[in-house]
Design a protein around this ligand. Structure first.
Ligand code: HMG
Length: 389
């Protein structure tokens, strides 16, 4: 029996900032952001969206009534949690109308956690093939205005339905994991923005990729030639390119060109969104599947997941016939339809988040076109609204 990703659907903000404009405002050369970092646009998440609403907005459009009836596991992976105790998954389950017999949990290990969710869901469905698991990686990447990390912000959520006989990607049972205590990026509980040793984190990322990728080749007796494409967690798209380049000497010149061309497809949508932490690898997978005309059913895709702190995993799946049926086909158009905000508008939205304060607060949500929005806080409880109800 095959188990894997049956559907993928993405949600982010209707707003973005242009990276050339941001570069000029920060006295940087536009090419530093466009080429050196590898980002052309960055999602600007308004205060009416948080990890819960992004997750619900990502999942709702892809779920049929039959899916909802079959889902008995909801995993929300996030490092942008809205509560220190209650799982974001409980709110998401309510917004999505999931049934009461669903196991709802929140997972955390920086950007890696959605991969832990996918692998746990895979095992769950292998044991219960008549059930489905919903895994959502949802985050808002925040480093702060005028910081070196600023051009690597962004946000969004990727929802994935894991099932038997999946439409998109049948996962293999092989994977290699690496987990060690590394202080490359972290966010103490009193911080709303991440602390990061940027250059160090980028070096650790490559070390982890080398370790788990080469470990995978050795463990499974595969070579780089077996892979049609390699997809990466993309905190900024140049990061994945650097990691890919680090293993290209294992491939022939023709294979190198092919892997680089597939990578260009795999980063094309991430270039327009920025980092979304847990969902980033899976946006890259979706980007590959939506934009690469050279893929074929049966192709072996390798996925590198990295979460600071640090944990990495390399795992694989085979592309399924008719995989397009499980994809978020409208995503490129939705990204093209977003509204460009000026740098001052982006800065104002950055500062306008719900305050970490017990007082009642109201959020202007009327311009947010998404179905699920955060409207504020009353009696220290977040208020979520389904605008379609
Ligand atoms: P920086 O120090 O401002 O940038 O910060 P830089 O000076 O290193 O320049 C960046 C690149 O632009 C360099 O290329 C420059 O040469 C190039 P590289 O040497 O890296 O190939 N450059 C230019 N290129 C073309 N034309 C020009 C030009 N000028 C310069 N005119 C840094 C960069 C990424 C460190 C910073 O943005 C940062 O700290 N970001 C956050 C940390 C991060 O994303 N780390 C990635 C690995 S860790 C990870 O992936 C986990 C994470 O997602 C969190 C989680 O797990 O939850 C972050």
């Amino acid at each position: 029996m095959k188990v894997g990703i049956d559907k993928l659907h993405f949600a982010s903000s209707q707003l973005y900032v242009d990276m050339s404009e941001l570069a000029l405002a920060r006295q940087a050369e536009p090419d530093k952001y466009l080429i050196g970092i590898g980002q052309s646009q960055m999602a600007v998440v308004p205060p009416s969206q948080d990890a819960v609403t992004l997750a619900a907005n990502a999942a709702a459009p892809m779920l049929t009534e039959a899916d909802i009836a079959a889902i008995d596991l909801l995993i929300v992976a996030t490092e942008s949690g809205v509560d220190n105790s209650k799982a974001a998954a409980i709110y998401v389950a309510k917004l999505l109308g999931l049934n009461r017999r669903v196991r709802t949990i929140e997972l955390k290990e920086a950007c890696y956690a959605a991969t832990a969710g996918v692998k746990l869901a895979q095992s769950h469905v292998q044991v219960h093939p008549d059930k489905k698991a919903l895994v959502i990686g949802t985050d808002i990447a925040r480093y702060g205005l005028h910081t070196p990390g600023e051009p690597t912000q962004g946000g969004g959520a990727m929802a994935m339905l894991i099932s038997a006989e999946p439409q998109v990607l049948a996962l293999t049972d092989d994977s290699v994991v690496l987990s060690q205590d590394v202080m490359d990026f972290w966010r103490p509980i009193y911080q709303t923005t991440a602390l990061v040793d940027g250059k160090y984190s980028s070096n650790i990322y490559i070390d982890y990729f080398q370790d788990v990728f080469k470990g995978y080749l050795a463990q499974t007796s595969t070579t780089i030639a077996n892979f049609k494409a390699l997809v990466f967690h993309l905190p900024y798209t140049k990061m994945g390119l650097k990691a890919l380049r680090s293993v290209l000497p294992l491939a022939t010149p023709t294979q190198q060109q092919a892997l680089l061309a597939h990578f260009d497809c795999a980063r094309s949508l991430n270039r327009k969104v920025g980092n979304l932490y847990t969902g980033s690898l899976y946006l890259s997978l979706l980007s590959l599947l939506l934009t690469d005309a050279k893929l074929q059913p049966g192709d072996l895709i390798g996925l590198f997941s990295y979460g600071s702190g640090a944990e990495g995993e390399f795992y694989t799946g085979h592309l399924q016939p008719g995989y397009q049926r499980g994809l978020d086909l409208g995503l490129p158009q939705r990204l093209a339809n977003r509204r460009r905000v000026s740098v001052p508008e982006y800065e104002a939205l950055f500062e306008a988040q719900l305050k970490l304060d017990p007082a009642d607060q109201a959020i202007a949500f009327q311009d947010d076109p998404h179905r699920f929005v955060l409207t504020g806080q009353i009696n220290e409880q977040r208020q979520y609204l389904d605008q379609w109800a």
